[in-house]
Design a protein around this ligand. Sequence first.
Ligand SMILES: [Zn+2]
Length: 310
Amino acid sequence: MRNAQRLLLVVFFAASWIAAPPAGAAEKLSVVTSTTDLAALAAEVGGDRIAVESIARGYQDPHFVEAKPSFLLKLRRADLLILVGLQLEISWLPPLITQSGNPRIQPGGPGYLEAAQFAEILEIPTGPVTRAMGDVHPFGNPHYWLDPENGRRIARGIQLKLAQMRPADAGYFEQRFQSFSQRLSEAAQRWDEMMKPYQGRRVVTYHRSWPNLAKRFGLDVVDYVEPKPGIPPSPAHLVQLIARMRRENVKLILVEPYFDLKTPNMVARETGGHVVVLLPSVGGEKEVTDYFKLFDYDLALLKKAFDAAP
Ligand SMILES: [Zn+2]
């Protein structure tokens, strides 16, 4: 009897030992991001003090995401929601935020962070924006994370937000950011060198997903498979596009992984060009597991394509 009691006591204490957090450590901040790129950047600075998950998968079109019901529960409990903003997620995220009923992550709340505020934004329309222009985003192009400098700025913004939410860990987040920033500088130097021979190369892209990448690495995007952002290609536009690619000797068509390849392949056949499926986001392919690997993957593909089609 006495032994049984003692055993029970031992088991009880063992269980409470496992369940209790280490002395002084607070629970992890629960962070939800709209996209995988923001999750990757948050993980860089948040380390083991945050639990972060993205609603969109890296191979999904970030304009149209069908969130799993489980994400409503995660949003309900989230301390922080990080989104791209500039209306990228306008068709699917606002209803989720409302339905979550979580006051922290409502727009203007302490746990609502729009990453666009930290980044250099391109293609900000100067005149009025109308529906006739397609899905033009009135505050500028939301695909801004594809320049490593913007990655650095966003990571810095996330770091400061996390420090504000968890002042006790501010030093930890600062150190994580500095380490990320240094590794990014080293990688960016390598990427710039790798892309230097291809400065000024002209390409066509499917959607306007690449202005920041193109600016950073000196590519010239001359036209789009979509006649207007978000508008499917029309026969009249394709005729013009093919004529232009032939006339200007443009051989590369960059396509996001969530578009049907039928039309780009047809344009490539007609122009003697090549289609390259480039990833706009972390997780677009299994091996692209972080922000560094995204550029490693895309730039290696570009280099190979430029070398094959001089
Ligand atoms: Zn877009």
